[in-house]
Write a protein that binds this ligand. Sequence first.
Ligand code: AHR
Length: 665
Amino acid sequence: MKPILTACLALLLLSGCSPKVLTAQSTADGTRTLNLDASTSVATIQPTMYGLFFEDINFAADGGLYAELVKNRSFEFTLPKTGWLEPGTDKFSLNESSGKSDVIKIGEDRANSNYLRVTVMGPDYVLINEGFRGMGVKEGDRYDLTLAAAVGEGNISRIQVQLIDPDGAALGEATIDLNGSDWKNYAATLTAERTLDKAQLKLTFTGTGTVDLDMISLFPQDTWKGRKKGLRKDLVQLLDDMNPGFLRFPGGCIVEGRTLAQRYQWKKTVGPIAEREYLINRWNTEFDHRPAPDYYQSFGLGFFEYFQLSEDMGAEPLPILSCGMACQFNTGELVPMDELDPYVQDALDLIEFANGDVTTAWGKVRRDMGHPEPFNLKYIGVGNEQWGPEYIERYKVFNEAITAQYPDIVIVSGSGPFPDGEFFDYGMQQLTELGTELVDEHYYRSPEWFRENATRYDSYDRNGPKIFAGEYAAQSVAIASPENKNNWNCALSEAAYMTGMERNADVVVMTSYAPLMAHEEGWQWTPDMIWFNNLQSYGTANYYVQKLYATHAGTDLLRITEGGEPLTGQQAFYATAAKDATTNELYIKVANTGAEPQSLNIRIAGAEPSTTATVLTMASDDLEAVNSFAEPMKLSPIESSVNLQKNELRVEVPAHAFVVYTIQL
Ligand code: AHR
């Protein structure tokens, strides 16, 4: 028998106490005794447990993660000159003495049918792109400018490209020499002489006459992994730092579209970038209080890039597809059942695109994009936030077709927009009866709801579907209220709730906070996990809670109890414990949502802990506190350590705190 165990047994016998007395909840000084059994794995914690939900909302893709600095680079917005300025050519005063531009459309059947015809009559004519609420450029960094041009009548021979500040002063420039009347691609590199968040791109022409322009693009060279025309490095870094188990994309409601025509169609987002068809972003007009008329999807960040990003981060890709139902909060447009085939085929083709041999039609597209190896897709989602019999009957068709051809692919179904009520009950019952494998649940609820529902999954049928908590976030005011804040009250309540997810890791196998990202000026929905502007980004308190869970997930759930009961909010206290079989580390996560500190004596049985625990603490007495650009780490983990006394971890958990203890076993 191990010496420590022998000592415990001796203590037991000497004291004449029954084991029950030893596990009593608190001592006279208020110290609570928790018992942790490290010898038995209660359940496997799936590597997918903590992941990411990405949606192009709040300018998360164009203007955000996708590092393109030019807005409306190919003049495809509904108002095709959106984002482009021609100072001095106010068409209402007919002052076009120095030049003008006209959008030319070449057929409806082309993905990218517009280009710009510039007529230059004098040296003063300039064309300016305003960027996504400006362009963020950094001193000394290099920027790749590319454009397609065809010279027309006259003698235009050169374009000067400049980064300018709001006063028009240049902070970097290059020139492009044009040659020929046929369409050609041109490139130049600019170096920024200053750091500025509101730069613009200015084009000035040498000569007079006409020149046609298209795909005017500017990217930083310093992207994630240095990829040309790639992703914004600081934003991907924040995601990668979380060690996410999966990446769900492309949403969210954006999957469904306000109408079926505006649904997300993955096939239009792969292949050469210039051929990807623009689409209005459904968040463009969703909220009257946050209109975004300049919000479109260029799909430069498309399905290939999402798969690639998943691979970069070691996250399982989880694409969600339209099931033939437009957003039921909008039009609710339905594809008739006898016209569902193309939608189902999209799902089958996507699996081929991700996993198929390069000799298959879609596997070849993947190869041609530079990725002959498969992406090893394992999951596919059918529909986002659908409800009612219309969803179930469509889901059945998808389920049958996908399972017949790809029996190993796990199909994610949806239980609608709410975690309870008529839609949820109906959907869950139907999906359970169908024997569906994995059901997506969404809940945007008050912080109180999160604190009060840590036992939500305790009563779930162990033989029923597994759960993907695919979208959740505590709302400080109300769902989608523009006043919602990423405050400590919300983040701490989520931390408390998440103990319940982890404690039910046999049922809950995937979870993700939503939405993921928001541009400081361009957002529609709050709260969001990460905020950014044109130069900076920061993780919210919610981000650090998620990160602590994801980087201390463990592989095996352990039992941690007080008086034989799990800690689910008794005296505002929550706990969960896990072991990582690969590193042999023990993780104890506790949330104290109360206003008083809690003294704990955590007794670890069934393992030999090392003498020291690493402690990561997030705590604040100010429940309204938030991180910000000025104080990005205000609410973030503070590291310390504590010595164990034999097998006991004696600690005081501060008021309003989330703490993770790591102990090497
Ligand atoms: O996360 C924002 C939105 O909330 C998602 O697009 C949608 O699925 C949910 O209603």
